[in-house]
Design a protein around this ligand. Structure first.
Ligand code: PMP
Length: 432
């Protein structure tokens, strides 16, 4: 396989990054924590695909389940009829999420976010409180690239020329404080920072806000763990004003914090949770929205006697995705993947923070098996990140550069040897 020289003149299935245009790097194989390129270069996958291959690549249980399902029932929709695996997958997912009784299946994280925002609006309307229309997001947040997710998201690069898509949005301030740079453990001041939501309630009227959506740990914006008490205080403010709280767990769901979902790790119960990625170990595309019984019932047939709302995609609960999801949850359980994530979080933190003596490193952030090594700006924003990405690629490690932050989210199967290998490669590249 080859890539045309002039990528801009060629139809692309995605928006190609500048780095890809300059040097199209093509991967043809994966196994466990390793990728292999078309010309045989082997790389440690420091990004777990894209924050998603939690059980490692090509897990035999998952691969076999997909193959068997493809040969048995390729597709049936779940509207007038259905198939049992969709229900089994739903039961298995909700079993991992205390307090949640229902999952609406989607095909991606972006669809899960838009679905959750719709559910939140419908919930209030069904309760006769339809004037609640404001959706609150946060600066630097990533909630996918569809209409709702872009509206509540906070990354300029994605919002681009679209500006505000859904008009009734407001954004909380970002939570990272420069004085927390290189701090180990979660930074302090969470409750004070969460009071920014109270400021928005004062400004707009708390009774006009339908929902607040946050990533428990911001990922794609550059990995920013929540300050101590931040999520709890947000919950209190939501409760005081009748606002629904949505956790976007597309990255943090399925074990990255050492618990099935991050809300458990932080001891905060949201009303809705979005997930995707690790739901099928990133094999067959699948996402979902977890809802409490109260939210689900209002959405479907609330006291305001709305007609039953139709909601669903052709592929919601697709047989292949359902089979992949069930097998993935089997693999997570049988291989004790979440337990390994919990056990490796300490060594992971030690490794990342051992890099803070390197002159080129501005900040190190970590939470669970997520991390970012944020480089000092060197030239334009992103130059240092791009250069490090290229050097690390050649050295056999994949990182995800976000500006000058090198984001890391390896498979949750990592061992001490893998952690040491990632640390050694980072040090050689950044201090060398
Ligand atoms: N929400 C969050 C928190 C994400 O990190 C992502 C993807 N990185 C999305 C939503 C969108 O997911 P997808 O790319 O599957 O649409």
């Amino acid at each position: 396989p080859t890539v045309p020289n002039d990528l801009d003149s060629f139809w692309m299935p995605f928006t190609a990054s500048q780095a890809f245009k300059e040097n199209p790097r093509l991967i043809s194989k994966a196994q466990g924590v390793r990728y292999t390129t078309i010309d045989g270069h082997e790389l440690l996958d420091g990004t777990g695909g894209l924050w998603c291959c939690n059980a490692g690549h090509n897990h035999p249980t998952i691969t076999k389940a997909i193959q068997d399902q493809a040969a048995t029932l390729d597709f049936v929709h779940n509207f007038n009829q259905g198939h049992p695996l969709a229900f089994e997958a739903a039961a298995r997912v909700t079993t991992l999420a205390p307090g949640f009784d229902h999952v609406f299946f989607t095909n991606s994280g972006s669809e899960a976010v838009d679905t959750a925002l719709k559910i939140a609006l419908a919930y209030h309307t069904a309760r006769g409180d339809g004037n609640r229309r404001i959706l609150v997001g946060r600066e630097k947040a990533y909630h996918g690239i569809n209409f709702g997710g872009l509206s509540v998201g906070g990354l300029g690069l994605n919002k681009g020329q679209f500006g505000t898509l859904y008009p009734s949005t407001a954004h909380m301030r970002h939570t990272w404080l420069p004085e927390n740079a290189n701090s180990r453990g979660l930074p302090e001041h969470g409750a004070e920072l969460a009071d920014d939501l109270q400021r928005l309630c004062d400004l707009h009227g708390g009774q006009t806000i339908a929902a607040v959506i946050v990533e428990p740990v911001s990922g794609a914006g550059g990995v920013f763990p929540p300050p101590v008490g931040y999520l709890k205080r947000l919950r209190e403010i939501c409760d005081a004003h009748g606002i629904l709280m949505i956790f976007d767990e597309v990255i943090t769901g399925f074990g990255r914090m050492g618990t099935p979902f991050a809300f458990e790790a932080f001891g905060v119960q949201p009303d809705l949770v979005t997930c995707a990625k690790g739901m099928t170990n990133a094999t067959v595309p699948m996402g979902g929205v977890l809802a409490t019984a109260a939210v689900r019932d209002a959405f479907r047939n609330g006291p305001a006697k709305m007609p039953d709302l139709f909601h669903g995609y052709t592929y919601s609960g697709h047989p292949l995705a359902s089979a992949a999801c069930i097998a993935t949850l089997d693999a997570y359980r049988d291989d004790q993947i979440f337990e390994n994530a919990a056990a490796m979080a300490g060594p992971w933190e030690d490794m990342l923070h051992s890099l803070t003596d390197i002159a080129a490193v501005m900040d190190v952030r970590n939470c669970g098996i997520l991390g970012a090594v944020h480089l000092k700006q060197d030239g334009a924003v992103g130059d240092a990140g791009r250069a490090a990405y290229a050097g690390l690629w050649d050295a056999g490690l994949i990182v995800r550069p976000v500006g000058d932050a090198l984001c890391l989210s390896p498979p949750l199967t990592i061992t001490q040897d893998h952690v040491d290998e990632i640390g050694a490669k980072l040090r050689a590249q950044l201090a060398g």
